[in-house]
Design a protein around this ligand. Structure first.
Ligand code: GDP
Length: 523
C-alpha cells in the first residue's frame, strides 16, 4: 500500500484523566469494541499482572497507581489506531508530558460526578500549549452525577475551548435511559451490563410510543438539548483539529455505553499524523525515508528481557524489521530485529510500521530520550520537554567501592527520564524530580536492579534553571562566576541551582543576557 494511504488511515491518541475517572475501563472497552481483545477484564488483568511481572513496579502495586504508560495498537473501521496510556499519578506527569509529544490527539475522560479534577487540568494545559485536539468523554452516567448542563458550563469555563456536545444524556443513575445522538437524531437506549456489545437499540423521535417509554427523563433532556443547541456553536471538525472546539460525549464505560461514539469520533475527526518539526527542517510523514523519535525509555518491563525499551514514534517513511537505522546523535547504526508493540501482556513482534505508529526497540542504553532515528540524515526532532525539578535530594553511595556503579546506574535512570541527575564540578551529585515519588522509585530500582545501596538524603536546593545565552562568552563568564552553583545534567546542559528563590531573582537581575529556563527541549 502507498505511504499516503497508510498515513491517512493512522490515528494516534493518548488517553488522559484524573485517577479513577475510568481511563482503564474505557481503554479496555475501546479494545473490546475494536475486536482487539475478546474478554472484558483483560486490560485490568494486564494492569495487575504488570505489577506482578516486574519487581520495581512493586511500588506501583503498593500504591495502586500506574507508574508506567504503555501503548496499544488496534484496527477499527480500517483505521490503525495507536492508543497511548498515560500514568495518572501527578508525580509521574513528566512521563505523561512526553507521551503527549507522540500523539496527534487526546481523549479526555471525566468522572461525571467530579467534573474537571486537578490532574485533568494539568494535562489539559499541556494539550492546550501543544494545540492537541481533544475528544471529551463524560463517564459514569449510570450513577448519580452532576447535572449535564452544569458539567458543560464547567467545561466551557475551564477548557479554554468550546465544548460541543454530540450526544446528550437522558436521565442518570437508576433513571439513566440513554443518550440522544444529536447528529444521528435518535436515542441510543441504555441497558446496564458488561456484555452488551453489538446489542444496540435505538428509538427515533418520530416513534411516539418509544419516546414515551423513556418516561419523564425525556422531556427534561429535550428541553436541555434545545437550550444547548440554541446556545452553542455547531460542531466544526476543523475547529476540533485546531483545538478550539472539543466534541463531548456522555456515557458509562463500565456498561460499554457511549464507547462506540468515541471510537467513531477518533476515526472520523482525529487528524492523521502531520508534519514534525526538526531543528533542520519540517519532516512530512509521507516522505520516503524513515525517521522517528524516542519519546520514552523504560527499563525492565519484563524480567525475561532484562533490557531497556525505547519507545519510538515513527514520524515519516516506512519502517521494516531489520533495516539499518542511524541514531543521529551518536551516528551509530542499529538493526533492530525484535521490535515490539504491546498488547494484552504479550510482546508482539512488529514487521513494519508507518508514521503515527509506536515501536519499541529493546537496547542496552544506546538509545536515550529525545534521540532521533533516521536512515542517515542528520536530523534532530525538537519539542520533547524536560521540566525543571521541583524537589531535590543529595545522593551518596553506601559502599565507596561502588561509586562507579552508582554513576552508571544514575546515568541510565537519567537517560530514561526516571530522575534528573545533576553533577557539580567537584563530583557531588544531586537528584532532581518533578514529584517526590520519583525518589522512592529510584531508591528501589538502584537496589533491586543495579545492586547499589545509596543514601538519598535531604538537599538544600529548591530550584534549578537551565542557563543559556546567545553570547557564548557571556555564558562562560556566568558559569565561572557562579561555579559552585552550576551543575550539569545527563547531556551536560548547565543548570543554575538555587537555595532560595530570591537568589534566582538576583542572578537574573545581575545577568540580564542569560536565559534561565524552567524547561529544556531536546536538541
Ligand atoms: P482509572 O484510574 O481512570 O484508570 O479508572 P478505572 O477505569 O480503574 O475506574 C475507576 C473505578 O471506576 C473502578 O472501580 C471502575 O469500575 C469504576 N468505573 C469506571 N467506569 C465506570 C462507569 O461507567 N460507571 C461506574 N459506576 N463506575 C465506573
Amino acid at each position: 500500500m502507498s505511504i499516503q494511504t497508510e498515513v491517512a488511515r493512522r490515528r494516534s491518541f493518548a488517553i488522559i484523566s484524573h485517577p479513577d475517572a475510568g481511563k482503564t475501563t474505557l481503554t479496555e472497552k475501546l479494545l473490546l469494541f475494536s475486536g482487539a481483545i475478546q474478554i472484558a477484564g483483560t486490560v485490568r488483568a494486564r494492569k495487575a499482572s504488570r505489577f506482578a511481572t516486574s519487581d520495581w513496579m512493586e511500588i506501583e502495586k503498593q500504591r495502586g497507581i500506574s507508574v508506567a504508560s504503555s501503548v496499544m495498537q488496534f484496527v477499527y473501521r480500517d483505521c490503525v489506531i495507536n492508543l497511548l496510556d498515560t500514568p495518572g499519578h501527578q508525580d509521574f506527569s513528566e512521563d505523561t508530558y512526553r507521551v503527549l509529544t507522540a500523539v496527534d490527539a487526546a481523549l479526555m475522560v471525566i468522572d461525571g460526578a467530579n467534573g474537571i479534577e486537578p490532574q485533568t487540568m494539568r494535562l489539559l494545559k499541556i494539550c492546550r500549549a501543544r494545540n492537541i485536539p481533544i475528544v471529551t468523554f463524560v463517564n459514569k452516567f449510570d450513577r448519580e452525577v452532576r447535572e449535564p448542563l452544569d458539567l458543560l458550563d464547567e467545561l466551557e469555563r475551564e477548557l479554554g475551548m468550546t465544548p460541543v456536545p454530540l450526544t446528550w444524556p437522558i436521565g442518570m443513575g437508576s433513571r439513566f435511559r440513554g443518550v440522544f445522538d444529536l447528529r444521528e437524531n435518535r436515542v441510543r437506549i441504555f441497558r446496564a451490563g458488561e456484555d452488551r456489545i453489538g446489542e444496540e437499540s435505538f428509538v427515533s423521535p418520530d416513534d411516539a410510543a418509544g419516546m414515551a417509554a423513556l418516561g419523564p427523563e425525556w422531556p427534561q433532556a429535550e428541553a436541555e438539548i434545545e437550550l444547548v443547541q440554541g446556545a452553542s456553536e455547531p460542531f466544526d471538525p476543523q475547529a476540533f483539529v485546531s483545538a478550539t472546539q472539543t466534541p463531548v460525549y456522555f456515557g458509562s464505560a463500565i456498561n460499554n455505553f457511549g464507547v462506540r461514539e468515541v471510537l467513531d469520533a477518533i476515526v472520523d475527526f482525529c487528524p492523521p499524523p502531520g508534519a514534525k518539526h526538526a531543528e533542520q527542517r519540517e519532516v512530512e510523514p509521507t516522505e520516503d525515508a524513515f525517521t522517528g523519535v524516542v519519546f520514552k525509555v523504560q527499563a525492565n518491563m519484563d524480567p525475561q528481557h532484562r533490557d531497556r525499551v525505547a519507545f519510538v514514534r515513527v514520524c515519516s517513511g516506512h519502517f521494516e524489521r531489520g533495516m539499518p537505522i542511524v541514531n543521529a546523535r551518536t551516528k551509530r547504526t542499529l538493526r533492530p530485529h525484535n521490535v515490539v508493540t504491546f498488547l494484552s501482556q504479550r510482546r508482539d513482534i512488529v514487521d513494519e510500521a508507518w508514521p503515527g505508529d509506536i515501536i519499541g526497540i529493546p537496547n542496552h542504553g544506546t538509545l536515550r530520550l529525545g534521540d532521533t532515528l533516521t536512515q542517515g540524515e542528520n536530523l534532530q526532532f525538537t519539542g520533547l520537554p524536560w521540566f525543571a525539578p521541583e524537589a531535590f535530594r543529595s545522593i551518596e553511595v553506601v559502599d565507596p567501592m561502588k561509586a562507579k556503579q552508582l554513576r552508571a546506574a544514575l546515568d541510565q535512570l537519567g537517560d530514561e527520564g526516571a530522575i534528573q541527575v545533576f553533577r557539580f564540578d567537584d563530583g557531588q551529585m544531586l537528584l532532581g524530580a518533578v514529584g517526590v515519588l520519583q525518589f522512592e522509585v529510584v531508591a528501589h530500582r538502584l537496589a533491586a536492579e543495579y545492586g547499589v545501596a545509596a543514601r538519598i538524603g535531604p538537599s538544600t536546593y529548591i530550584a534549578a534553571r537551565w542557563v543559556s545565552c546567545d553570547d557564548e562568552a557571556e555564558l562562560e563568564r556566568f558559569i565561572s562566576y557562579n561555579e559552585a552553583r552550576i551543575a550539569r545534567d545527563t547531556v551536560d546542559a548547565p543548570a543554575y541551582l538555587a537555595k532560595m528563590l530570591v537568589e534566582l531573582e538576583v542572578a537574573k537581575e545581575r545577568w540580564p543576557k542569560i536565559r534561565f529556563s524552567a524547561f529544556r527541549e531536546f536538541g
